[in-house]
Design a protein. Structure first.
Length: 131
């Protein structure tokens, strides 16, 4: 009886994590879309880099969603690795836009904060899964 209760508690925790981060990554994707539509249309360079950001940023939510539906731990781990890569890539595109003076820091401060948090969360989760 004790073991089944422990498994049930672990499944509830896992389910809560999945629900919380499905919603959070989806909000992140929406913020990326809004950022692109407001900030990335004034020059060819911004449109090109912005489309890259749009792809990687929305991919975070799509791949996390797939992670939550994984059929095996190996499949889930592989998808989580992609989530980490896509978050990191999103950070790269924003940093590139900033360093090229194509956008102002205040226009993306909230995105960079969220990206940093997501990288930490998903990297830690990946490390736990690996063990």
């Amino acid at each position: 009886m004790k073991i089944s209760k422990q498994i049930e508690n672990n499944m509830d925790t896992y389910s809560d994590f999945n629900t919380k981060y499905r919603e959070r990554t989806k909000r992140f994707a929406v913020e990326i879309v809004k950022f692109y539509s407001k900030q990335c249309k004034s020059s060819d360079e911004l449109r090109i880099l912005g489309k890259q950001l749009l792809r990687s940023g929305t991919s975070v939510a799509a791949n996390f969603r797939v992670f939550t539906r994984g059929r095996s731990e190996a499949e889930k781990f592989a998808k989580l690795c992609i989530v980490v890569e896509e978050v990191d890539e999103s950070q790269f595109w924003i940093e590139l836009m900033l360093e090229a003076d194509l956008i102002k820091p205040e226009s993306c401060k909230h995105l960079l904060t969220e990206i940093n948090e997501l990288v930490k969360i998903f990297t830690a989760t990946k490390s736990k899964m690996k063990r």
